[in-house]
Write a protein that binds this ligand. Structure first.
Ligand code: NAD
Length: 531
């Protein structure tokens, strides 16, 4: 029996004073990538734009090798049973909590988030380990169901792990997204080959390390790296089930690939999330809620709002309070900062945000707050930005910006707010701010999104790991988290045995004898409302 983990004590991360990971720590993490080519990619630190580390790159042959080894390891893991898997995942939970300083540092170093926003990821990863450890048995254990002919047939359903899951994740929430897709796969008895985004592979490797230290067989979760088009496709070509998180454009390609191979795929894609402000809010409080929702992780979060619809009665007071709140946010991406927000993560993100802003300004939008690149604070630092007068001809009206730009418009009543929120191709998350939760619930019921958060931006639904998370329309297919998240990784198998005292009819004579009793049985079941 392994010793309990001390959850109160968190050793400092092996990070140097510059914020860079200690070379020995890096070398150990690099060793865990399945990569034999000797080739590397230089990953830049968002806070400085300087090289952070040289990430080993996998080849398609490495991916094939990873699948072969994981497939073998998965056989014993599937046989090991729920109790053993629960023990490993609960110990992993404890190690994640105990190693929180390592994880917080890695999230900050790779993504440029503030400490609080990095802590969100640690909390989420630990919760994903705990939920799936404790829920897997009750969701996936074999069960007896009503058979077609009681006393004749005994029918049971069992859930067979699908085999090796191909998990593909983006760079923006590396730790929590990996945990939300990998933990249920492992809890269900599958193995995992994960294609990590290069920008944030260290987080995933550190998470894998916690699981291995908790007792997970090393071959059961392989991490591969490299281009989406080659290494990502090498994963989707082999996986028995695919869990993809990323853009809608890539999600479509993966859906086509899954359809060709007839393997299931859950697709967690982009959003253009609305935030509705009803006219009964306290404007100051609502402004603080909205600012956190929109600009945490610098808006590089699939569920963060990019469109605000404020009701006329409170529009002036709310907008004025929101501008003031945004202007008070402390931007500081340095890894030891205590700022409110960090930085955009890469040059590509900066280009995308500037592109949307320039396009909007050229077409008549007004900047109410922010809108300025801040190289004095960091190469990709950008002021959280609020725009008014945004119109349908602007890219940021309906396309996902995925960073720091939010448009505000005034609406007259609840119905107009709902119609505006439901317009567009996406349907991931929505937010309703109101002084009355029952009123907000009525508005929420009319919104066409996979989640709605009331008086909170996204953390209410995101942290509720027992509840499904996913998108409608172009925001995705399938759901992660909760029982749905576990059931993605299994196939249901019905095992029916003719073991009753009466045998099913096998000849015309037996049919003649049993037809009337069977009709009686149908009537009795109907009367008893038996399903
Ligand atoms: P992306 O689609 O460019 O890349 C995501 C991952 O897919 C990366 O690891 C990439 O290397 C890989 N990839 C790319 N092409 C591939 C292919 N053909 N086959 C297999 N894998 C491939 O997305 P991104 O820009 O890195 O991430 C941002 C997007 O992700 C945004 O649209 C955001 O809304 C979305 N996102 C959604 C959720 C959610 O839960 N719904 C969560 C986070 C991010």
């Amino acid at each position: 029996m392994s010793a309990p983990v001390d959850l109160a004590h968190a050793p400092a991360a092996p990070t140097r004073s510059t914020g860079a990971p200690d070379p020995q720590w890096l070398a150990e993490l690099h060793d865990d990538v399945v990569a034999t080519s000797g080739e590397t990619r230089t990953v830049l630190a968002p806070a400085t734009g300087e090289p952070l580390h040289e990430l080993p790159l996998s080849t398609p042959d490495d991916v094939a090798d990873a699948f072969a080894r994981t497939r073998l390891a998965h056989l014993a893991w599937a046989r090991a049973g729920f109790a053993h898997r629960r023990k490993v995942l609960l110990r992993a939970h404890d190690l994640i909590v105990a190693r929180r300083e390592q994880f917080i540092d890695l999230v900050r170093i790779e993504t440029g988030k503030s400490r609080g926003q990095a802590f969100e990821e640690v909390y989420q990863a630990a919760a994903a380990a705990r939920y799936n450890a404790l829920a897997a048995r009750s969701v996936l254990r074999s069960r007896r169901v009503h058979s077609g002919a009681p006393t004749v047939i005994d029918a049971r359903v069992r859930y067979r792990p699908r085999g090796v899951a191909g998990v593909i994740t983006p760079w923006n929430f590396p730790l929590s997204l990996a945990a939300m897709d990998v933990m249920p796969a492992l809890a269900a008895g599958c193995g995992v080959v994960q294609k990590a985004d290069e920008q944030a592979a260290l987080n995933i490797l550190e998470l894998r390390r916690a699981l291995v230290d908790a007792g997970l067989p090393g071959d059961l979760w392989a991490v591969v790296t490299g281009d989406g088009a080659t290494i990502g496709e090498a994963v989707t070509d082999r996986a028995d089930v695919i869990a993809f998180t990323g853009s809608t454009a890539t999600g479509r390609r993966i859906a086509a690939k899954a359809a060709e191979r007839l393997v299931p795929a859950s697709l967690e894609l982009g959003g253009k999330n609305p935030l509705i402000v009803l006219d009964d809010v306290d404007p100051e409080r609502a402004a603080r809620q909205a600012a956190y929702a929109c600009y945490s992780s610098m808006g590089q979060l699939c569920v963060s709002p990019e469109r605000i619809y404020v009701q006329r009665g409170v529009a002036d007071a709310f907008t004025e309070a929101l501008v003031r709140t945004i202007e008070g946010l402390v931007i500081d991406p340095s890894p030891r900062s205590t700022g409110d927000v960090g930085t955009l993560t890469s040059h590509a993100q900066l280009d995308r945000v500037r592109g949307h802003l320039d396009d909007a300004l050229a077409k008549g939008a007004t900047v109410l707050a922010g809108g300025v690149h801040r190289p004095d604070l960091g190469p990709y630092a950008f002021e959280p930005t609020l725009l008014a007068d945004v119109s349908p001809d602007m890219a940021c009206f309906a396309e996902e910006t995925f960073g720091a730009i939010v448009a505000i418009s005034v609406v007259d009543d609840d119905d107009e707010a709902v119609l505006a929120a439901n317009a567009g191709d996406y349907g991931l998350n929505a937010v309703v701010l109101s002084g009355s939760v029952p009123r907000a619930r009525r508005v929420a019921a009319a919104l066409e999104t996979g989640s709605v958060n009331i008086n909170e931006g996204y953390r209410g639904s995101f942290s509720s790991i027992a509840a499904p998370m996913g998108g409608s329309k172009q925001s995705g297919l399938g759901r992660r988290n909760g029982p749905d998240g576990l059931k993605r990784y299994v196939e249901s198998v019905t095992i029916a045995a003719a073991n009753g005292p009466i045998a099913p009819p096998n000849s015309a004579r037996e049919w003649r004898r049993l037809e009337q009793p069977m009709l009686l049985l149908l009537r009795a079941q109907r009367a008893l409302r038996r399903r």
